[in-house]
Design a protein around this ligand. Structure first.
Ligand code: NAD
Length: 372
């Protein structure tokens, strides 16, 4: 079979993660053809040249349209800032390529809808970069919930916090532009929503308050520019099955480096997880002796598939980039028409719908049902 021809647009934080994943997926999983890294696009030509060499791509360009037109490419990784996802993903799908696009889909709901329409019209795989659902620990939490290990779930809390915008003197960049979206919602809340989707299905209704801790930020070239979106959001939610939920997101939380803290409470126990300790979870099961009642800390191990594909030893741990490798395997599954656990544009749009419902709730100061 012809190897899958890969194109990569953007070579920043996520571009490197996708490149690592495409390079490693065959080594880790074995049961796939080794992809061929064909063409890389990066706005800055010098960077494009050097990154193509570092990442292992055969060709490079500073014009992403050239990459889309390349007949040797079967799948395009879109890892550019949010406002470019729609034009790039739609062009790739219209050119008959599969797409693996970073989150969120797009800053506007209309663009996200156009992305889904293009995916449906093309019949190609269109997958979102929701890597956190791919953690073997998260997959095991889902299994525990389906086995009833903590009974019937009635309450869920999830908090996503980082501190890369905590310093008021951090330079203004694209993440503070309204063109990139609402801020805490489409930059952060989408990740917790992907976990909630994975574990419980979609959110039904929301009420949301948002915060903008700093009115402006310095510009590299001097002066200051007004911050155009919100760095924090506090949301109450109603999920299916009578589950009540809380979601909090904050890009300006000093000391938090990569926190996605999930608390799940059921009629027979509780489960705790935090992405900052992504190789463990805590399980409390009611019914034992009061004298030993307490949370049990479980370390990630080969028994939590597909951890075993990386390392045969328990407790040694996977990292963030490994989640992208697992996601890459799921992208290849979707391309091959096999069942895939990755979030496609159809479920991705429902996450976008939820984010826009949160934004509407904030502006109208009321509960909003998530339609569709
Ligand atoms: N899945 C995750 O966990 C995760 C984490 C971080 C970021 N993201 C998402 O990934 C996307 C990129 O974020 P990032 O942090 O990697 O940004 P970044 O700024 O580090 O990288 C963006 C890259 O795109 C390039 N670029 C910009 N416009 C371009 C164009 N027209 N043509 C070609 N290249 C262009 C930039 O030069 C840069 O190399 C965002 O949508 C973000 O939300 C996802």
């Amino acid at each position: 079979m012809k190897p899958l021809g890969v194109g990569l647009i953007g070579t920043g934080y996520m571009g490197k993660c996708h490149a690592l994943a495409w390079n490693a997926v065959k080594t880790v999983f074995g049961d796939v053809e080794r992809p061929r890294l064909v063409h890389l696009a990066e706005a800055n030509p010098d960077l494009a040249r050097s990154r193509a060499s570092e990442f292992g791509f055969e060709k490079w360009t500073a014009d992403w349209h050239e990459l889309i037109a390349d007949p040797e490419i079967d799948v395009v990784s879109v890892t550019t800032p949010n406002q470019f996802h729609a034009p790039m993903a739609i062009a790739a799908l219209e050119a008959g390529k599969h797409v693996w696009c970073e989150k969120p889909m797009a800053p506007t709901f209309a663009d996200a809808e156009r992305m889904l329409a293009a995916a449906k019209a093309s019949g190609k795989a269109a997958i979102m970069g929701y890597n956190y659902i791919q953690n073997p620990v998260m997959r095991h939490i889902k299994t525990l919930l389906s086995e009833g290990a903590i009974g019937t779930v009635n309450h869920v809390r999830v908090e996503m916090d980082e501190d890369f915008m905590a310093d008021p003197e951090v330079f203004f960049y694209w993440k503070s532009e309204i063109a990139a979206g609402y801020g805490a919602l489409d930059d952060f809340a989408v990740h917790p929503l992907s976990l909630l989707w994975f574990l419980f299905g979609h959110v039904e209704a929301v009420i949301n308050d948002m915060v903008k801790p700093y009115a402006d930020r310095p510009l590299k070239e001097g002066g200051r520019r007004a911050v155009e979106n919100h760095d924090g959001a506090n949301v109450l939610m109603r999920l299916g099955g009578g589950i009540s939920g809380v979601l909090m997101a904050n890009r300006a939380a000093w000391g938090r480096k990569g926190r996605i803290a999930l608390q799940i409470y059921g009629s027979q126990g509780s489960i705790l997880y935090d992405q900052e300790r992504m190789n463990e979870f805590e399980l409390y099961q009611a019914g034992g002796r009061d004298t030993e009642a307490g949370f049990r800390r479980v370390l990630a191990a080969p028994a939590h598939a597909p951890y075993d594909r990386f390392i045969p030893a328990p407790g040694h741990g996977l990292g963030f980039n490994d989640l992208k490798i697992i996601e890459c395997r799921e992208v290849i599954r979707a391309i091959s028409g096999e069942p895939s656990s990755a979030i496609d544009f159809t479920d991705g749009l429902r996450i976008e719908r939820t984010v826009h419902a949160m934004a509407r709730s904030f502006s109208e100061r009321r509960w909003v049902e998530v339609e569709g």
